[in-house]
Design a protein around this ligand. Sequence first.
Ligand code: C2E
Ligand code: MG
Ligand code: MG
Length: 584
Amino acid sequence: MKKSKAEVGKKKIIEKTIDGLSENTKGSMCGYFILVLVYVAACIIVNTLSRSDKVLNISGAILPFSSFAGVLAALNNMCVIFMVVYYKKLGYFTALLALVIQMPVIFLTVINHHTLANIPGLFTDVFTIVAITMLFKNGEGVRRYQERLQEQALTDTLTGLPNRFACTELIENLIKRSEKFAIVFIDLRNFKSINDTMGFNVGNEVLIEIASRWRNVADSELTSTHDFIARLGGDEFALIIRKYHSNEDVLNTIKQYETALGSRLTIDGCDLYITASFGYAKYPSDAKTTDNLFSYADAALASGKKLGSSSNILRFSPDLLKKERIIDIERKLKLALQKDTMYFNLQPQYDINHKLRGFEALARMKDENGNVVSPGDFIPVAEKVGIVDKVDDAVIRKSTEFFGELIKKTGTDITLSVNVSVKHLMKNGFIDELREVLENRDIPANQLEIEITESIMIDSADKALKCIEDIKKMGIKIAIDDFGTGYSSLSYLNNFPADLLKIDKSFIDKMNISDSSKQYVAAIISMGHVMGYSVVSEGVEQQAQVDTLREIGCDYIQGFFWGKPMSAEEAEQLAMEECKLTTV
Ligand code: C2E
Ligand code: MG
Ligand code: MG
């Protein structure tokens, strides 16, 4: 029966896939020739030995040479079996030919030498032919069955295209061979609505039609590259592009697949308009593992939707991951603010004699799965998208509530420091907010401290200065955070109405490494004192740093060595213990 064109096409694709997968698994031709050689040599020796009347004398035991013929005949059979098992059709016909040729040779020997000694060899040949024919037929059956199984495992049943498994296997093979290629993820844009409105059958027809169009492109000479199209599942397809010279070639190939979608598909008399998005990543320039290539091609595809790109074809770039990450953090931030799940930790600050000075409230956030997102990640995003004031608000609201309660319970005179962004600081009504907080929570103004970063002070000088002066007038303390990381001039700093300088961790880290770094920190402390500021060192992690800071006159210490950021409950415990110590 003649096979249909589609069936032939499908067979071709599967063969291409299987070829791609089993490139290195075929039996070597060198082994085949060795088997043939051994076989021929053994035949000649058997023939000679069987007619020989010589004997071998081994310690008085007499062995006729002809008795070794049986051993070599067994070697012959072994060669024949190996040929059939390892070299399939080629091995079987070679063996058959060799055995059939031997028959007239045996007859001639019987006639010419008037001996019947070779007649059993004739029967051995016939029986061997029967045995290898059965072996070959059985092997063929198993091979056909294996092929069918392999075909099923590699094929997508709906469209007949190779499936995700085949695609992954091919990629792994290409990586093993270090062959460059591009993996393109394709997503049909409006497929879901077709499925929803017109039903699964029409959806399936669409997929079959698109697969067939793309298969034709892959099999044609339309592109300058070697392409392999697969269906990953649903409306997702993958295209592997090989043998390209430049990115231009990759783009041109993708465009051919885009064009093949056509302007419309007519299914069941209905005109459907289908478009697709393409996202691609290249091996080895973008990624070197299958997992990364898949996720990068997917990220490129998704970026088109998330970033609202006007192009249908997007290439992976490391920037994309960054943008995606920012978008993801922004989403988590907005969710946390909306559900009011933002919370705070408190990190203790001590004077140089290890007496508690107060706590710094630090914003904390978990995503919807309960994973902690670091403030080092979400604060810059909050600043970038303009919602950092909402973060500050949440932390100030919650931490002052806790602090007001703590004062009520213990009568403590320690300080609560809160971080405030410049956006929040300059917001109309911020001063009123602070006033309200102090009144509602019953917190004396001098027990609240606002931390603003040095760089912020410089960027928005005059307006910020006015706000800070107003805050200061209320009796609230002002700390300059991360001091040393900005470039504030001495004259500006001299006029700044702050109470405290917080030396950034980066200086404390280097302080004990070189004498000049130590002198630098010592100079900041002296300068701070001259200007009337107290000085806190941030990020103190070792006893040696505490010793040096004591020696050079630092006032306060904040760092993991004396206290990591802790929960409100732990902070309350710590404050209570301190109060007991002071009253004893
Ligand atoms: P920051 O205000 O300078 O806070 C100190 C940071 O240094 C905290 O990081 C703290 O955990 C960390 N730290 C303190 N001691 C050590 C130490 O010994 N070793 C090390 N490795 N780190 C130490 P965190 O909590 O990750 O906060 C990072 C930054 O995020 C803060 O730096 C602050 O600029 C910002 N931030 C935190 N909470 C808020 C907030 O409520 N509002 C605003 N606007 N910014 C906030
Ligand atoms: Mg701070
Ligand atoms: Mg800091």
